[in-house]
Design a protein around this ligand. Structure first.
Ligand code: FAD
Ligand code: NDP
Length: 357
């Protein structure tokens, strides 16, 4: 028999650990799978890939990304969370209890490693990169995938900056960066923006922004010394093939994120970009007992603090679900089947898949 717990958390970023802190303080003895380089990222999630976090409340002088995650992990452990350093590679969310398989232990076994009455999916997302020549050398030394996180650092102040992408994120980030940079150039690979009309209008009207349509980046250039900073970007016009070198002390990728949802695909409703659909304002997914928190269900804000906040919501909602389960609510499955959600992309549907709502 596989070991059974009331609740399992998959993922180890701010969302997973916040859920773990709340659930362990509620004495529900959560098990958290932190992953072993799951999706190529260390346990602790995306913040382990960056330097200082300056916008997480409570740290007036900033705190290192890995240090912040070490603290969250220690806080989860302090209240009794069991942390398992393995990646969950298979789940069966159609059965009750839910069944989870670990990567090395038993990926191919019939019997799962673990069963749980409730599961919180907090597997996060990964910002897409472009694999440009020079990208690895200047990553975090001029190149960033998060303008809101990094835009205010001194190396970008009053300097020419470039954003790549034509969506809402690119528009929003470029406008945000005009507060810091001397000028912002946006490279759009096609002849039109994908961003919403309002955002596009705002972007094109901003006097500190130049949008270069039909342009792609081809090489990042910069100082040759160790930890040197980027200084220029070679770009290409995709219509004429003409290349030019732009002065650029900052390069911000806004070319989309990939949510880590392969694990639950086909079992929990996702939108057309793969994000888990949650009932707005909650962590409820299309399956009662399965909750989602953090970037895996949020393509809009994608911040440590919003992930932590949604982890708290998932924990409180899971706690309520488990309490009702113990009361043996007879209507649980009937109500779940009564109305299935429709995933249609951007807007999470207003549905009542969860009997607790
Ligand atoms: P993630 O941080 O994405 O972590 C999820 C983790 O769970 C994965 O990385 C992996 O380790 C684990 N995992 C995934 N799948 C499995 C599995 N199947 N089994 C077990 N474990 C699994 N935000 C800010 O607020 N301020 C900043 O300054 C800031 N800087 C950033 C800098 C960079 C370079 C990046 C990439 C992001 C930055 N962010 C910042 C955004 C912030 O990191 C994310 O919004 C936040 O980490 C999302 O948290 P999360 O809990 O959803 O999951
Ligand atoms: P999107 O997928 O909407 O846009 C990504 C952009 O990056 C597209 O313009 C795409 O080009 C471009 N791109 C992708 N790959 C490459 C590449 N290899 N080289 C160059 N360009 C590339 O992602 P966003 O993060 O912008 O938005 C995600 C979702 O979040 C959307 O639904 C958006 O509406 C929403 N959002 C809303 C905000 C708001 O309302 N204020 C703010 C931020 C996000 P192409 O168009 O050619 O495919």
């Amino acid at each position: 028999m596989a070991p059974h717990t009331k609740v399992a958390i998959i993922g180890s970023g701010p969302a997973g650990h916040t859920a773990a802190i709340y659930l362990s303080r509620a004495e529900l003895k959560p098990v958290l799978y932190e992953g072993m380089l799951a999706g190529g990222t260390a346990a602790g999630g995306q913040l382990t890939t960056t330097t200082d976090i300056e916008n997480y409340p409570g740290f007036a002088k900033g705190i290192g990304g890995s240090e912040l995650m070490d603290e969250m992990r220690a806080q989860s452990l302090r209240f009794g969370t069991e942390i398992i350093t393995e990646t969950i590679t298979r789940v069966d969310l159609k059965s009750k209890p839910f069944r989870l398989w670990r990567e090395y232990e038993d990926a191919d076994a019939d019997e799962p490693a673990h069963t749980a009455d409730a599961v919180i999916i907090a597997t996060g997302a990964n910002a897409r990169r472009l694999d440009l020549p020079g990208e690895d050398k200047y990553w975090q030394n001029g190149i960033s995938a998060c303008a809101v996180c990094d835009g205010a650092v001194p190396i970008f102040r009053n300097k020419p900056l470039v954003v790549i992408g034509g969506g809402d994120s690119a528009a929003e980030e470029a406008i945000f960066l005009t507060k810091y940079g001397s000028h912002v150039t946006v490279l759009v690979r096609k002849d039109k923006l994908r961003a919403s009309k309002t955002m596009a209008k705002r972007l094109l009207a901003n006097p500190k922004v130049t949008v270069k349509f039909n342009h792609v980046a081809v090489q990042v250039q910069g100082e040759e010394k160790a930890r040197g900073l980027m200084t220029h970007l070679r770009v290409k016009n995709t219509v004429t093939n003409a290349e030019e070198v732009l002065e650029a002390n900052g390069l911000f990728y806004a070319v989309g994120h990939d949510p880590a949802t392969a694990l639950i695909k086909g079992q929990v409703d996702t939108d057309d970009e793969g994000y888990i659909v949650t009932k707005p304002g909650t962590s409820y997914t299309s399956l009662p007992g399965v909750f989602a928190a953090g970037d895996v269900q949020d393509k809009r804000y994608r911040q440590a603090i919003t992930s932590a906040g949604s982890g708290c919501m998932a924990a409180l909602e899971a706690e309520k679900y488990l309490a009702d389960l113990e009361d043996d609510e007879p209507t649980l499955d009937k109500e779940q089947d009564a109305k299935k959600p429709e995933s249609n992309g951007d807007t999470a549907p207003e549905y009542r898949s969860n009997p607790l709502l």
